[in-house]
Design a protein around this ligand. Structure first.
Ligand code: ADP
Ligand code: TRP
Length: 332
């Protein structure tokens, strides 16, 4: 039986953080053995915010290096840059004919961006989910490992697939969000304000590239309080987040001892954060070191991107030829 197809991408808009790791990459690693995986750097998506041209290449190279340092194996997956696959913008153009202004304007991520950058509401931002649908459907993916924040975009990808199929005949599957287990999580910012993200508060995000001391400082500054006063109290979200992080990188004995201390109202958050910082450092250090090493080897990164693009274009060109034919673009 042929393997199910998986597609996912991360925008090259900054340094990868542990939210990206545990929300997305952690799943990629699990999937790479059992699925036919296409993982990419969403560099076209990054253009919505007009990055400096000089920053593009280092940003893309860094994401590739961090993907590989995290454990992605290019013998198993196709790893490529979105902009190396011209079939993606072609499919995007086709889907744009079936995407309606009203539905695009209602997407919560679009509304957020309008609020954040009222002076840069460009059409690329509006059609962001259309490009994402093209990324996914160009390989006819069945499963898409992404964090919770991307569910609505996936629903739109299913809509565009359906609309195309209804109008022109069956071609695309309806891709589903893939989540492997409870470890696929939403990590909050260390200041307690919203999700950890590349672009919001850099001091409250832990990056895969952070040095040991930076990790220590950031974790020690994470929001806590005076601790519970009643046994078995409900945890505030920012405390849950510290426990969640501990769950991801510490041993079960460590977690259990702090959980018991919390329930007995004698928890010392200072000690807990110290322990968490050391466990986080042990987790990040090998990834960081490997990523730094890889980034110094530009020839290797170029080779990875080149080979990945070749693999991805085989499947992309097949799909686009079928889509053109269904639409009626076959003139000779
Ligand atoms: P960011 O929001 O940091 O710019 P992206 O939008 O490029 O990151 O997201 C890349 C992947 O990482 C997506 O699958 C997204 O769901 C996941 N992700 C991003 N932030 C978090 C977080 N704080 N917790 C869990 N998953 C996250
Ligand atoms: N929009 C996704 C994010 O911000 C990134 C992305 C672009 C993506 N294209 C994709 C994810 C295709 C999965 C599949 O996280």
């Amino acid at each position: 039986m042929s393997k199910e197809i998986v597609v996912s991408g991360i925008r090259s808009t900054g340094f990868l953080h542990i939210g990206n790791y545990f929300g997305a990459i952690h799943n990629y690693l699990k999937m790479q053995n059992d699925y036919n995986c296409f993982f990419f750097v969403a560099d076209y998506h990054a253009l919505t915010t007009h990055p400096d041209p000089k920053e593009l290449k280092p940003n893309v190279y860094r994401v590739v290096a961090e993907y590989i340092a995290s454990g992605l194996d290019t013998n198993k997956v196709a790893l490529y840059a979105q902009s190396d696959i011209p079939e993606i913008p072609e499919l995007y153009l086709m889907f744009n004919m079936m995407a309606y202004k009203g539905e695009l304007e209602k997407v919560p991520t679009f509304k957020d961006k309008v609020r954040q950058h009222p002076d840069n509401v460009n059409a690329g931002l509006l059609t962001y989910p259309v490009l994402m649908a093209a990324d996914i459907l160009i390989h006819k993916a069945a499963k898409v490992p992404v964090g919770k924040d991307q569910e609505q975009h996936l629903e739109m990808a299913r809509n565009f697939a359906q609309r195309f199929n209804n109008r022109y005949g069956e071609l695309f599957p309806e891709p589903q969000v893939f989540r492997s287990d409870a470890r696929t999580v939403k990590i909050m910012s260390l200041d307690g304000n919203g999700k950890m993200s590349k672009s919001e508060n850099a001091n409250a995000a832990i990056f895969l590239s952070d040095e040991d001391d930076v990790i220590r400082k950031k974790i020690m500054k994470a929001k806590t309080d005076a601790g519970p006063t009643e046994p078995d109290s409900k945890m505030p979200e920012y405390i849950q987040n510290i426990f969640l992080l501990m769950n991801l990188v510490s041993s079960s004995e460590t977690i259990n001892s702090y959980q018991t201390a919390y329930n007995n109202c004698n928890i010392r958050y200072g000690d807990m954060k110290k322990q968490l910082a050391e466990d986080m450092i042990a987790f990040i250090k090998p990834i960081r070191e490997r990523a730094v090493e890889l980034q110094q080897d530009e020839a290797q990164i170029r080779k990875i991107l080149h080979e990945g693009a070749q693999k991805a274009r085989i499947s992309a060109s097949k799909t686009i030829a079928e889509a053109r034919k269904k639409i009626g673009i076959n003139y000779y």
